[in-house]
Ligand binder design. Structure first.
Ligand SMILES: NC(=O)c1ccc[n+]([C@@H]2O[C@H](COP(=O)([O-])OP(=O)(O)OC[C@H]3O[C@@H](n4cnc5c(N)ncnc54)[C@H](OP(=O)(O)O)[C@@H]3O)[C@@H](O)[C@H]2O)c1
Length: 252
């Protein structure tokens, strides 16, 4: 059982690996020996982030805009040019928009649903040949969708499209897990609580907000990396369609 939680030698793709939670996840996978590709929109930012993470192992930039089908296809084409298989796909890239109900815009609805929900479905679909090749080589491939506690219970913000997209993503995780489980592709989701990022800054969180968190703190990199390593490894082989809250108990 010594390699039960191992991701050493695997190939991973982390969307949104240039910042926040995605960067924490990418670093964790890199440090644990996975060759990890990171996606972000800016070529410069993506290249710089990959260079920074390369001090811990193998990290490569794969710049692209996942909010469009053309962008999704281009990212997978670029990955196919470099790799024959993909063992771990972390669908993490996401954005948030919030506005009072009467002022909520169509753009604020469509842009969030497109990136946080639609792109996860089509990136996973386009990655299937690479994921299937990983199963042929290593018996298992893993897809991990980064949802949110906002998709498990209605939060205080008026971020209607975000919460709907995340609830939809949790349900989509189950649909894909059911379809792909027999093929040894295990699909699960993580629902994070508060983690330091561009979306959620500790500076902007009033201390009272942490009263909603039984653990009374924000998440740290080990918290999210531990869950991702688990779901990426043989240890989670019998776990399918789960949505694991990593939120310090916020959903209780
Ligand atoms: N932080 C939290 O407290 C929290 C809580 C619950 C869930 N989450 C979820 O965690 C995930 C990561 O969020 P975060 O908080 O770490 O936010 P973040 O710091 O803003 O990071 C978002 C990442 O997504 C990438 N991205 C955004 N739009 C993209 C696009 N169109 N194409 C490709 N990449 C794109 C960004 O890269 P570029 O800007 O370089 O393109 C960046 O790397 C999201 O799905 C979010 O909903 C976060």
């Amino acid at each position: 059982m010594s390699d039960l939680f191992s991701v050493k030698g695997k190939v991973a793709l982390v969307t949104g690996g240039t910042s926040g939670i995605g960067q924490m996840i990418a670093r964790g996978l890199v440090e644990n020996g996975a060759r990890t590709y990171i996606v972000g929109r800016s070529v410069q930012t993506c290249t710089d982030a990959a260079k920074e993470l390369s001090q811990y192992g193998e990290c490569l930039p794969l710049p692209g805009d996942l909010s469009t089908m053309a962008g999704v296809e281009a990212v997978i084409a670029a990955l196919c040019a470099k790799e024959k298989q993909l063992d771990i796909l972390v669908n993490n890239a996401g954005a948030m928009y919030d506005a009072p109900l009467d002022e909520f815009t169509e753009e604020g609805w469509d842009s969030i649903i497109d990136l946080n929900l639609k792109s996860v479905f089509f990136l996973s679909q386009k990655a299937l040949p690479l994921l299937r090749a990983a199963v042929a080589a290593n018996e298992q491939a893993s897809v991990i969708n980064i949802g949110s506690v906002g998709g498990l219970r209605v939060g205080p913000k008026e971020n209607y499209s975000y919460q709907a997209a995340k609830a939809g993503l949790h349900h989509l995780t189950g649909s894909l897990a059911k379809r792909l489980g027999p093929e040894n592709i295990i699909v699960n989701a993580i629902a994070p609580g508060f983690f330091e990022s561009r979306l959620t800054s500790a500076k902007d969180l009033p201390p009272a907000v942490l009263q909603m968190v039984p653990r009374r703190r924000m998440g740290n990199p080990d918290d999210i990396v531990g869950a991702v390593i688990y779901l990426s490894s043989r240890a989670a082989s019998f776990v399918a369609g789960a949505v694991i809250p990593v939120s310090g108990g916020m959903t209780l």
